[in-house]
Design a protein around this ligand. Sequence first.
Ligand code: XIL
Length: 320
Amino acid sequence: QFRIGTAVAGGGHHTSADYPEPFPNDPTYRAFLADQFSSLTAENQMKWNHIHPEPDRYDFEQADAIVDFAEQNGQVVRGHTLFWHSQNPTWLEEGDFSPEELRAILRDHVETVVGRYAGRIQQWDVANEIFDDAGQLRTQDNLWIRELGPGIVADVFRWTHEADPQAELFFNDYNVEGPNAKSDAYHALIQQLLADGVPVHGFGMQAHLGLQYGFDGRMQANLQRFDDLGLATAITEIDVRGPVGEDGQLSPELRQRQTDWYAAALEACLAVEGCRSFTIWGVLDEHSWVPGTFPGQGDALTLEGDYQRKPAYCALQETL
Ligand code: XIL
């Protein structure tokens, strides 16, 4: 079954005046989620800083709410994420732990979080953004790789698999839509891990696209080469941002290009056998992380204002 997904709003660093922090209770939002999407990703609520805010304390409230909601509405959940250089709690990043302690902390986290939702998560983004754009492992900013060495990547996949043997285990990253140094690095690493018998099942392309950067027309071919390794693939976080005017909107010309890119990305995914989900990184523009993270940019999602459909929304529907 092919699934269209979205990131469930809530719990970001960014603040906008009327942005609902927890998984919104807003009935219109919830009805729209239930009606329009068949896969949900927690935008922030399963990240370390949210779910494991203190060394001996986990906070599952928000994540539970999302998983329960998905179940009630016949949706699947993509778990996001277990191993990343960003959005880690201060106690972890600034703690003075020995390598043995860090290994135990990571393993315990995986067993606790993955174990809690075992059987209820379709795909886990186990490792997120472990390579930089030059295709080098993030040996400095990823604390796990820095302190424990590259071998820890295989271990976190093994531990996740033990905690939930049914979940499909993914690598996930941005700037990997086309063949390039970064996606080549993933391709090589995954081949090696598979040869070593490590449980890796999928490759996720975030697809945070910027209209100023261009769209790599080789997306389908690139998805295909991961498919050829026997992996599932997915578009996991798509948004298409660009410079906006004072009204917060792209020019008509850029909007047209945005519409074309959304449709082209969906087409690429639909053309590849094992690419069975396409997740947009939020519902309404007002939920989007883009304006807070990339000043002067926005208009990146497919719905604006009060659930008004943008041309991109219609183009996706026509492409399906
Ligand atoms: C972003 C969220 O959308 C923001 O709310 C948060 O402040 C920062 O993280 N790659 C990822 C996502 O894998 O988890 C990021 O989400 C966007 C980039």
